[in-house]
Design a binder for this molecule. Structure first.
Ligand code: G3H
Length: 249
């Protein structure tokens, strides 16, 4: 099955009204042809403004969502609220959420479950630290992270999941994984999906790569058989994001 190439832009806690307007204007002027899915994730406070101003085919994602629908959870937003605001996507399990804000594998799974129940599509992130890679346990780590999520999913739910493989050592460091390193993990994740979920899910689920992707390396990375797109951080704030969004498989 041909998997549609997916390019996400995670602005993280960056930008201002003025700076994000420039990015949105650039994307609108680029008149992307829809051959790739392109989804941008601004900070929560700018989500509604971006949703109002961004033009199709670019879509919008939240960067996080709590697993409760409502209540006394100061500072959080729920998947139901994100859906209510008209936002179709949410990023969950990003390594910064896991390492800085204590999102355990169980919390990430609960968040994924709540997001799907609310009707959102999910960019679910996994990835190993440098120490884990050096110990040779990369596959164990990412399979355990994805396994915690898989436990709360039914087979049909996978149609709403994009898996983002983001090695922690490559995020924001300029040390991009080589095409071979990323392809190896993506292929192993796909094999794991085939044996744990089903061959059909393994074949149709998009597995995207994140970690120091830029306009110079996107063509090479994107040519790997099992790399179905990118989750871009720093470069999503720059004009080069348009070039990345246009990556041809
Ligand atoms: O969500 C995006 C990733 O963390 C990648 O960030 O492109 O700045 O390395 P980066």
């Amino acid at each position: 099955m041909a998997r549609k190439f997916f390019v996400g832009g995670n602005f993280k806690m960056n930008g201002s009204q003025a700076a994000i307007k420039v990015i949105v204007d650039d994307l609108n002027n680029a008149q992307l042809d829809g051959s790739n899915d392109v989804v941008i994730a601004p900070p929560a406070i700018y989500l509604c403004k971006v949703l109002e101003t961004i033009k199709s085919p670019v879509e919008v994602a939240a960067q996080n969502a709590y697993f409760k629908n409502s209540g006394a959870f100061t500072g959080e937003i729920s998947s139901e609220q994100i859906k209510d605001a008209g936002i179709p996507w949410v990023i969950l399990g990003h390594s910064e959420r896991r390492s800085l804000f204590g999102d355990s594998e169980e919390v990430v799974a609960d968040k994924v479950k709540a997001a799907l129940a609310a009707g959102l599509k999910v960019i679910a992130c996994v990835g190993e630290t440098l120490e884990e890679r050096e110990k040779g346990i990369t596959n164990d780590v990412v399979q355990k992270q994805l396994g915690a999520i898989a436990k709360v999913l039914e087979e049909k739910d996978w149609a709403k999941i994009v898996v983002a493989y983001e090695p922690v050592w490559a995020i924001g460091t300029g040390k991009v994984a080589t095409k071979e390193q990323a392809q190896e993990v993506h292929a192993d994740l796909r094999k794991w999906l085939a044996s744990t979920v089903s061959a059909a899910v393994a074949d149709s689920t998009r597995i995207i790569y994140g970690g120091s992707v830029n306009a110079k390396n996107c063509g090479d990375l994107g040519s790997a058989a099992d790399i179905d797109g990118f989750l871009v951080g720093g470069a999503s704030l720059k004009p080069e994001f348009i070039e990345i969004a246009r990556t041809k498989k």
